[in-house]
Design a protein around this ligand. Structure first.
Ligand code: PLP
Length: 428
């Protein structure tokens, strides 16, 4: 905090952020990975205004609102598999927290209870939020190590990192290599596992780590075989970010819990959801005296203004062919970033949909990174800022996640700024 000098943004329009002095900055990370159709989209603005003329907030504790109900119905219609029941909250961490608590309680209240299922299987370097439950299943030591004494026990598998595979494992065998280790963990803890938690395809805060193809599907198969619930945290990768509405769709996976946040409201307002199956829902039904309730209430969960924004955002996916744009601009981004792959200080350039990462390394051969205190990623992003592009790094990784409405001229500007930033960060 002693060195903290935030940019102050007074207004925004489309992909552009404007500082108080009028300087325009391209929002290269979608305001922390959540903006979808651009800032101040007339349709989302109008939907919020219309809702405001009805009511700004109605609690979801013992009440409801037509807009909130419409959104939950819409989520049931568009989520994969037989996800049919929706629990609304206000942020991604809570959406994960809800999934963890529900899974735990499910095993105590389902038709054939298995109360010994008290462990979660988590993925190495995972990030699921900053509340203590989500931190417990998280695994980014720089963020989480401080809180270790406060966390519950989890079983942790390796991080299925396509870039940092051990030398003796050929890329074609990466999926099998990682899945075999998960298979052992499932075998070993089979009867104690309540659920396995995963960020499908791309682990965001780990540094946009990309999983080898088939890993998610393999994990689903293992979970099914061992009767373990699968929690898919699509808070970062959902809402079209990877080029399909849900990352799970790429591998035809239906999770038991889908956690949605960030872009759900188009990146406008804090709205999150945990969507699950009727099988799970049924475990919470019963007479009052049986006390099967799920005790987890958030003041603003299901807030109608946020839900109105979310409904308008979902309409825009169709009206503006957002997913097609992600496919086109994603491919173009990859093309524009490709020359960086040859840069001596760049270890990897990776991309999925409109998520891209340029990883700076001290040594390409060993893939060893710079020490975090060197702030190489920060230096690169600071230099990119001078070219009019706002980026926020994760350690040595320059993260590129523009709004899904980005056009080719925005992609070109970002790629030029990143190139400039990488050069600036390479000087000793
Ligand atoms: C995969 C993932 N899960 C959960 C969260 C937490 O979401 P929130 O910051 O809304 O609590 C994040 C935030 O970056 C995330 O990337």
């Amino acid at each position: 905090m002693a060195e903290y000098e935030p940019l102050v943004i007074e207004r925004a329009e489309g992909v552009w952020l404007f500082e108080s002095d009028g300087r325009a900055l391209l929002d290269g990370v979608s305001s922390m990975w959540c903006n979808v159709h651009g800032h101040r989209h007339p349709k989302i603005d109008a939907a919020i205004r219309l809702q405001l003329e009805q009511v700004a907030h109605v609690t979801s504790l013992g009440m409801g609102n037509p807009t909130t109900i419409r959104l939950t119905q819409r989520l049931v219609d568009i989520t994969p598999g037989n996800l049919e029941c929706v629990f609304m909250s206000s942020d991604g961490s809570s959406a994960v927290e809800v999934a963890l608590k529900m899974a735990f309680q499910y095993w105590r209240q389902c038709d054939e209870p298995q109360p010994q299922r008290d462990l979660f299987l988590a993925v190495g370097n995972a990030y699921h939020g900053d509340t203590l439950g989500s931190v417990s299943v998280g695994g980014v030591s720089r963020f989480h190590a401080m809180f270790d004494p406060l966390l519950f026990e989890v079983v942790r598998g390796p991080c299925p990192d396509s870039y940092r595979l051990p030398e003796d494992v050929p890329p074609a065998e990466a999926t099998e290599y990682y899945l075999s280790q998960y298979a052992e963990l499932f075998e070993r803890f089979s009867s104690r596992l309540a659920a396995v938690v995963v960020e499908p395809l791309v682990q965001g805060a780990a540094g946009m780590v990309m999983h080898p193809p088939g890993f998610l599907q393999g994990l689903r198969e293992l979970a099914t075989r061992h009767g373990v619930l699968l929690i898919a945290d699509e808070i970062a990768v959902g809402m079209g970010r990877t080029g399909k509405l849900w990352a799970c769709e790429w591998e035809a996976v239906a999770p038991d819990f889908l956690c949605i946040g960030k872009g759900l409201s188009g990146g406008y307002l804090p709205v999150a959801a945990t969507v699950t199956t009727r099988e799970v829902w049924n475990a919470f039904l019963g007479e009052y005296a049986a006390s099967r309730s799920f005790f987890h209430g958030h003041t603003y969960g299901g807030n109608p203004l946020g839900c109105a924004a979310a409904l308008a955002s979902l309409d825009l996916f169709e009206e503006e062919a957002t997913l097609e744009n992600v496919a086109q601009q994603g491919a173009y981004l990859q093309q524009c970033l490709a020359p960086l792959q040859e840069h001596p200080q760049v270890g990897d350039v990776r991309r999925r949909g409109l998520i891209a990462a340029v990883e700076l390394v001290a040594d390409r051969e060993s893939r060893s990174g710079y020490g975090w205190a060197e702030r190489r990623g920060q230096r690169a992003c600071q230099a990119a800022l001078s070219k009019g592009v706002w980026l926020r790094p994760l350690g040595n990784v320059i993260v590129i996640m523009p709004p899904l409405c980005a056009r080719p001229e925005h992609i070109e500007l970002i790629a030029e700024a990143v190139q400039f930033g990488v050069n600036a960060a390479s000087w000793d």
